[in-house]
Design a protein around this ligand. Structure first.
Ligand SMILES: [Zn+2]
Length: 297
């Protein structure tokens, strides 16, 4: 009899330790109504997830609720978080320009951003070379695409661990998406992956992640006199959730881009440097939810 009891205890322990895989985000695809679009559904789940983390963070900062935070947000001027000294300007190669245009002309991107016009800026001296692409939108202000190399030696940016591309907020309701053509080329990315990456940065623009992050950091420093918010789990969790949302919302429901992102993360598997970045989900976590979405299409 004793044998059976120990056997039962053993099964219980194994069940509780092995049976439940911990997932970063539950997409609850089983709960989706058949007529609901998969992209709309998973985006909603990702936004819900990011909002939970955001609520926890703003509560920690002493805000009553999201409404109070939004009020504070609307009363704060958008800062200039783009520091020209940190980025070395590059001419935008044709392949990068084409990828940006492919993203901007995708129907779901057009509907989401509500694009007014796209202006291509050329350097005054050369012929046909592109300097930057400026997109004026009805819904998210101005979005500028720049080809720049992140300068090594910038104190807070770890050059080797950096993701090479990113979104920063700038005054006058402008977002800058900087893309590093040299590093992108070194990684030998396919067009689908580059486009997925651009989509991911647009995902950050849509939720104004950079501005929210800035506000939380500034507010915390003003209130407490400390500048360690970036290292606190509540903040890291929020930033991580924003990355998940940018991954999912930024696919714009384009299976080619989801596949492109999956291919990239699979290729990176051996490159530990990406795993070190604690504000981003691990490659395993990213592959988990992206593969789940890809299969659902
Ligand atoms: Zn990101």
């Amino acid at each position: 009899m004793k044998k059976y009891i120990w056997g039962f205890v053993f099964v219980c322990i194994v069940n509780t330790t092995i049976a439940k895989p911990t997932r970063l985000i539950d997409l609850n695809l089983a709960g989706k109504h058949p007529i609901t679009d998969i992209y709309e559904w998973v985006s909603l789940q990702a936004i819900k997830y990011a909002n939970i983390k955001k609520k926890a963070l703003i509560k920690f900062l002493g805000f009553e609720d999201t409404r109070e935070w939004e009020e504070f947000r609307s009363n704060t001027k958008r800062p200039n978080r783009f520091h020209p000294d940190w980025y070395k300007k590059e001419v935008m190669p044709a392949w990068l320009k084409n990828c940006i245009y492919n993203v901007l002309t995708y129907y779901k991107v057009q509907t989401c951003l509500n694009i007014i016009d796209i202006i291509t800026k050329h350097p005054s001296s050369s012929s046909g070379q592109v300097k930057r692409i400026i997109v004026r939108t009805e819904n998210f202000g101005t979005i500028e695409f720049r080809a720049s190399q992140i300068c090594s030696g910038v104190s807070h940016i770890d050059y080797n661990n950096h993701y090479n591309c990113g979104e920063v907020t700038m005054k006058n309701n402008t977002h800058i998406i900087f893309l590093d053509p040299i590093k992108i080329q070194k990684l030998k990315l396919t067009n689908e992956t580059i486009e997925a990456w651009i989509g991911h940065e647009l995902g950050h623009v849509i939720h104004d992640d950079n501005f929210n992050e800035y506000l939380a950091l500034e507010f915390y420093e003003q209130e407490t006199g400390k500048n360690n918010l970036e290292s606190l789990p509540l903040f890291i969790d929020y930033v991580k959730a924003c990355e998940v949302a940018a991954d999912i919302v930024g696919t714009f429901g384009n299976p080619k881009w989801i596949k492109g992102w999956i291919t990239f993360f699979k290729k990176l598997d051996a490159k530990v440097e990406f795993e070190k970045n604690s504000t981003h989900p691990t490659l395993k976590e990213r592959l988990e939810y992206l593969q789940e979405i890809y299969k659902a299409f």
